[in-house]
Design a protein around this ligand. Structure first.
Ligand code: FES
Length: 206
C-alpha cells in the first residue's frame, strides 16, 4: 500500500476523519461549514427559549406596572367612620375624620385621613353624611349651632342642616355634597367617601 492510500483509508472507512452524524460538514479547501438540519433546529430552539426568557419577565413587569390602573381606589369604597351612639340624639351634626388606606394609580398608603364628613341622625336608624368641603371653591365649612346651619368662612356661602343652599345669593352653585351611608352591624356608620369637583352646579366626582 502506497503512502497516499494509507492517508485516505480512515476517511473512506468512516473512521476518525469521517464527519460524525449530525455534525456540520467539516470545512474543506477553506470553505465555511454548511449547517445541518439538526444544527438549524438547535439554533431555532435556542432562539425560542431566549425569546420566552425575555418576554415572560417583560410581560410580568408590564402587568405589575399597569395593575394599579385596574384597581379601584379604596377612597371610593365604604369606610367605617363612627359608631351610631357617638351621634347626638337631637340630630345636630358632628364632624368626623375619614380614615382609610388611600390608593391612586401607583401608590398605596397606610391608614391616613382622606377627608372629613358631618354625620347627623336623620331618623332612628338613618344617618346623613355631608362632605365638609364647600362646593364653591373647596374650603371647609363650619357648623353653627346657633343658626343650625353650615357656613363657609371663605365667601360666606351658607347651607341648611340638610346641606341645601340657604340663600339664592350664595356663591356656591350647589348644596353640600351628600354621601352614601350604610349602617352595618346595628351600630356601625359606614360612608362611601368621595370628593367632588368644586364650582359646578352638579356633583361630579373628582
Ligand atoms: S369656598 Fe365656600 S363660599 Fe367660597
Amino acid at each position: 500500500m502506497s503512502r497516499m492510500d494509507q492517508t485516505k483509508l480512515p476517511t473512506e472507512a468512516g473512521g476518525a476523519g469521517a464527519p460524525a452524524a449530525g455534525r456540520g460538514v467539516l470545512p474543506q479547501d477553506g470553505c465555511p461549514a454548511v449547517p445541518t438540519r439538526r444544527d438549524f433546529l438547535k439554533q431555532a430552539c435556542a432562539a425560542i427559549i431566549g425569546a420566552i426568557a425575555t418576554l415572560v419577565p417583560l410581560a410580568s413587569g408590564l402587568m405589575v406596572f399597569l395593575d394599579p390602573l385596574r384597581r379601584k381606589s379604596q377612597a371610593s369604597e365604604f369606610v367605617f367612620v363612627a359608631s351610631l351612639p357617638a351621634l347626638p340624639e337631637d340630630g345636630s351634626p358632628r364632624q368626623f375624620s375619614v380614615i382609610a388606606s388611600h390608593s391612586d394609580a401607583w401608590n398605596k398608603s397606610a391608614q391616613t385621613p382622606i377627608g372629613a364628613v358631618y354625620l347627623r341622625r336623620a331618623g332612628e336608624k338613618a344617618v346623613q353624611a355631608l362632605n365638609v368641603v364647600c362646593p364653591h371653591a373647596g374650603c371647609f365649612v363650619d357648623y353653627k349651632p346657633v343658626t343650625k346651619a353650615y357656613r363657609c368662612p371663605c365667601h360666606e356661602s351658607t347651607f341648611a342642616l340638610s346641606g341645601k343652599i340657604n340663600s339664592p345669593s350664595s356663591p356656591a352653585r350647589r348644596g353640600l355634597d351628600e354621601l352614601e351611608v350604610e349602617i352595618r352591624n346595628e351600630t356601625e356608620v359606614w360612608v362611601k367617601f368621595q370628593n367632588f369637583r368644586a364650582g359646578l352646579p352638579t356633583k361630579i366626582a373628582s
